[in-house]
Design a protein around this ligand. Structure first.
Ligand code: ATP
Length: 202
C-alpha cells in the first residue's frame, strides 16, 4: 500500500481536495484528527500534557483547554518543543495504526493529510507529496470569511507557517487553487490520476 502526502497553507483548500479524494474512493487519514485523538479525555497524551503544563490547561469537564494551552505555547519555543514531544510520537503511532487497518482492508492507496508535513520534515516519508497552493490574497480572503478573524489575526496565522514556496519546492504535484471550486475539483481528479500512476513504468 502506498501512502501519499497532502499539504498546503492555511485555507489553501486542503480539506476540499481531501474530500474529493475520498469521493474518488481513496481513504484519507487526517493528522489534525489524530492530534485531537492523541490528547482526548482519558488518553495518556492528555495525562502527559497535564504532568508538564499543570491542570490549568484542562476545562472543567476534563477535556484539554486548547486556548489555554495555545496561550502557554504561543511564541515560546521551549514550551512548544515540549508539547510536540508529547503529541508527535502519539500521532505517529495512531497514523501507523490507521494505515495498517486500511492495508488490512485491501486499500492500495491512502492519502495522509498533514497541514505541517513540510515543517515537520515528513515529506520524504509520504511520496508523492501533493501541495495545494493558493495566493496569499486568496488565503487571506478565505481565512477572513471562514474563521471570522480580524485581518491582523488572519495575517499572523498565515505568517506562522513556512512560506508556500518552501512547500511547493518539495512537492511532486501542485494543485493551484486561485480559481473556482469547479476548477479545483477538476485539477484534483487530474492529480489523483497521476498519483495512482506514480512509480509505474510509462
Ligand atoms: P485549513 O487548513 O485552514 O482548515 P484548508 O486548506 O483545509 O484550510 P479548505 O477548508 O478546503 O482549506 O478551504 C477554505 C475555505 O475556502 C472553505 O470555506 C472552502 O469552501 C473555501 N474554498 C476553497 N477553495 C475555494 C475555491 N476555489 N473557490 C471558493 N471557495 C473556496
Amino acid at each position: 500500500m502506498r501512502v501519499f502526502g497532502l499539504t498546503g497553507g492555511i485555507a489553501s483548500g486542503k480539506t476540499t481536495v481531501a474530500r474529493r479524494i475520498e469521493e474518488r474512493g481513496v481513504p484519507v487519514v487526517y493528522a489534525d484528527q489524530l492530534a485531537r485523538d492523541a490528547v482526548a479525555k482519558g488518553s495518556d497524551g492528555l495525562a502527559a500534557i497535564v504532568a508538564t503544563f499543570g491542570d490549568d490547561v484542562l476545562l472543567p469537564n476534563g477535556e484539554l483547554d486548547r486556548r489555554a494551552l495555545g496561550a502557554r505555547t504561543f511564541g515560546d519555543k521551549a514550551m512548544l518543543a515540549k508539547l510536540n514531544a508529547i503529541v508527535h510520537p502519539r500521532v505517529g503511532a495512531l497514523a501507523l495504526e490507521a494505515f495498517s487497518a486500511l492495508a488490512t482492508k485491501g486499500h492500495a492507496l491512502v492519502c495522509y493529510e498533514v497541514p505541517l508535513l513540510v515543517e515537520n520534515g515528513l515529506a520524504d516519508m509520504f511520496r508523492p507529496v501533493v501541495v495545494v497552493a493558493a495566493s496569499h490574497a486568496r488565503q487571506l480572503e478565505r481565512t477572513l470569511r471562514r474563521d471570522n478573524l480580524s485581518e491582523e489575526e488572519a495575517r499572523a496565522r498565515i505568517a506562522s507557517q513556512r512560506p508556500l514556496e518552501e512547500k511547493v519546492a518539495v512537492a511532486d504535484f501542485v494543485i493551484e487553487n486561485d480559481g473556482t471550486l469547479e476548477q479545483l475539483l477538476e485539477r484534483t481528479d487530474e492529480v489523483l490520476a497521476a498519483v495512482r500512476g506514480w512509480g509505474r513504468a510509462p
